[in-house]
Write a protein that binds this ligand. Structure first.
Ligand SMILES: Cc1cc2nc3c(=O)[nH]c(=O)nc-3n(C[C@H](O)[C@H](O)[C@H](O)COP(=O)(O)OP(=O)(O)OC[C@H]3O[C@@H](n4cnc5c(N)ncnc54)[C@H](O)[C@@H]3O)c2cc1C
Length: 461
């Protein structure tokens, strides 16, 4: 049995590792477009900030570690075509020569590419001009070289999602004056605007200029100066800087599977079932290139590293005859922005309404641990629950060190298990004064929700 995986990031490597773990007799080959298999691209901002070095430290596993599991790596090799009927993959190596690799089962983990969001100039201008996107180790090296070579003093970051925010911190750490442009009303639009405003304040506190409600239409270069232009509240907007970083999301990398006849679905990603089957015989797929099965929303597109790892593991197991299922995402995510941590899981109120619920969202501010023990800090929590008391979602913002990330995981666990908000309040959670309270912050917030929830007539109870 020859299992062939395309893609050397979270999905492709997870699949290959799982297959080798379950059956060491399976021959596994991984085809990777670049030379950086199993690198933590999530860590790129911390390499660029200088917190992590050298860059090799970002490898989850070294090439030697991977090969020690028995998998074969074909690096700097681009997959260019899938012959589904003949079960052969066409590849092109770094020297440009083409060859075919026969397989019994194929797993496609080609992930996503940085979106250009229709911004004029972003396709024409590149790292040599001081204009960057950020999705791969290659992008990180290009940005690092530019920072070293030109020593820019000012930067515009287009986008204030989690990668944009992490990069605002990274570039600020390198002494660069950052202007962050965000199309929406508030930064980190995955959270309610009231919580996004706290992140906005944190950026401002560290010297980042944040400009919201600003749509960027174009980037132009005039000598060394780069100018982004667009619209702010219906008025022309422009800003000039030494460097521009556009981090406006990703688009799924679907070309190979599309050409092979796969169907596209949510977010333009390849449709797969929970077993990671594409519908093409002997072809599984996982990661940022495929749709996401969401436990509360059904099929959507929610690309995250955590999800890519799980989907890859399922694909690896099933490709060698297993019967695993991806249990579904809740979109659980967390980001550190300077000294603040912002997290969410499940649904926000407008998402819950769109999904047919009758939700209420209640905010609470709760100390991370007993106030009498030094260093207690407030966590802002918002819980969204259904009119029958089911827990649907939670959002949290707290200082770094307040265990905000692990507290969102408590909510995620409860939602995954289908618990009510009442049941969340009954959980046996740990307590010692320096780290918590007899009722943990998540339980205090749950009780606040229960006190304030509207009764079934829609009036506050
Ligand atoms: C800066 C940054 C920070 C992030 N932080 C987080 C975080 O904190 N938490 C989180 O959950 N997620 C985070 N993410 C998202 C996470 O990294 C992605 O969801 C995850 O990497 C997706 O993995 P993947 O394997 O599906 O695809 P990708 O990482 O996109 O990798 C695709 C792989 O396929 C290869 N490939 C593509 N086309 C071909 C081809 N034709 N032939 C051969 N090989 C090919 C590529 O070389 C690469 O190895 C972050 C992303 C970025 C960019």
């Amino acid at each position: 049995m020859h299992l062939l995986a395309i893609g050397g990031s979270d999905a492709g490597i997870s699949a290959a590792l799982r297959a080798r773990e379950l059956d060491p007799t399976v021959e596994v080959t991984v085809v990777v477009a670049d030379a950086y298999p199993n690198f933590s691209i999530c860590g790129i901002p911390y390499y660029l900030s200088g917190d992590v070095h050298p860059w090799q430290a970002l490898a989850h596993r070294t090439i030697a570690d991977l090969e020690a599991t028995g998998m074969r790596l074909r690096l700097d090799t681009l997959a260019t075509g899938i012959d589904v009927a003949g079960r052969r993959l066409t590849v092109r190596d770094a020297a440009g020569s083409e060859s075919r690799i026969a397989y019994d089962e194929l797993i496609v983990g080609t992930g996503a590419a940085a979106s250009r969001a229709g911004i004029a100039g972003l396709d024409r201008l590149g790292p040599a001009d001081g204009v960057h996107v950020l999705h791969s180790m290659g992008d990180a090296f290009a940005l690092e070289r530019d920072l070293d070579r030109r020593r820019p003093r000012t930067a515009v970051i287009v986008g204030a999602g989690y990668v944009g925010l992490e990069m605002a911190e990274a570039l600020t750490a390198r002494g660069i004056q950052v202007t962050q442009l965000q199309r929406g009303q508030e930064v980190l639009s995955t959270l309610d605007a009231e919580l996004g405003a706290l992140v906005h304040d944190e950026l401002a506190r560290h010297g980042v200029e944040v400009v919201t409600r600003t749509r960027v239409d174009a980037i132009e270069r005039d000598g060394a100066a780069l100018t982004v232009t667009g619209d702010r509240d219906g008025q022309p907007f422009s800003r000039t800087a030494d460097l521009v970083l556009a981090v406006v999301g990703v688009r799924p990398n679907t070309a190979l599977l599309e050409q092979a006849g796969a169907v596209l679905g949510a977010g333009g990603a390849v449709v797969v079932d929970e077993a990671m089957r594409t519908g093409l015989p002997h072809v599984h797929a996982a990661g940022d290139g495929v749709v996401t099965h969401h436990r509360l929303l059904g099929v959507t597109y929610l690309p995250l590293g955590t999800t890519a790892h799980k989907q890859g593991r399922v694909a690896g197991e099933n490709a060698i005859g297993g019967d695993a299922r991806f249990a579904g995402s809740l979109g659980t995510q967390v980001v550190k922005v300077f000294d603040l941590v912002a997290a969410r899981t499940g649904l926000r109120e407008h998402e819950a309404i769109a999904a047919g619920h009758s939700p209420a969202t209640v905010a609470a501010t709760v100390d991370d641990h007993k106030a009498y023990y030094p260093g207690a800090k407030p966590i802002e929590l918002r819980i969204t629950g259904d009119d029958d008391g089911a827990l649907l979602g939670a959002q949290l913002v707290g200082a770094y060190g307040t265990e905000t990330a692990k507290r969102v995981d408590t909510f995620a666990t409860a939602i995954h298990a289908g618990m009510s908000i009442e049941q969340l309040s009954e959980l046996d959670l740990s307590y010692t004064p320096p780290l918590g309270s007899p009722w943990d912050a998540v339980q205090v917030a749950a009780q606040a929700w229960s006190r304030c929830r509207p009764d079934r007539s829609g009036h506050p109870g």
